[in-house]
Ligand binder design. Sequence first.
Ligand code: SF4
Ligand code: FES
Length: 243
Amino acid sequence: MWSELRNLRDGIDLGTPPREGPPVAVTIDGKALEVPAGSSVMAAAAMASCPVPKLCATDTLEAFGSCRVCLVEIQGRKGFPAACTTLVEAGMVVRTESPRLQELRRSVMELYLSDFPAAEIPGGWSELHDTMRRLGVDSHPYGDGENHLQAPVDASNPYFVFDPQKCIVCSRCVRACEEIQGTFALTIEGRGFQSKVTASQGESFLASECVSCGACVLACPTHSLVEKSLFPGGHYHAPSPQA
Ligand code: SF4
Ligand code: FES
């Protein structure tokens, strides 16, 4: 069932769901193209073969805009808008790569890595690891501060584990539970640094309303939620499917 869910969108991940509006002319990294009205800048960039790095976005879910990895430059606009939550406009000129964007994205990744199990940084094959490699980030300059690295693993579900140490609170699992499965078993509890994924009313996954559909596992970009079958004998160091 989980692989069927993965095939909801064939081919590349546009980052946000495809739209069907009338064509809108935009320019992405010097490439002129037309995309359906209502498309995000992220989807337009993917269609222009200029995919923007992302963590909290995937094209099976509506945009959320929490991770700040997908910043871009838009001619005539101040700052660095998030490509996933910014919609295309006629004549929009977008730049997806620049030294400043690279610096900003790397800074965001370093912050995530500062609260991620150090032993899990090398050799991983999650979307987080792919994004790290793309941005050339494999370490962080921060010392030992407050973190979530002692949070207990929930292995109660027979099919998957939830390791909050690897969670970046991107809400993809919560949105998958709502938008794909319609179960509403997961929530983000708390605010800021205290925010965390919770099943039902702070229960284990097994005791919660979770129906083990696997949508959250497929949506998770960090292997915080991951199939047990990938980890013979434990939940760390999953062998690469390409190995
Ligand atoms: S468990 Fe995975 S999908 Fe859910 S919030 Fe954490 S990192 Fe995101
Ligand atoms: S991918 Fe756009 S903010 Fe996360």
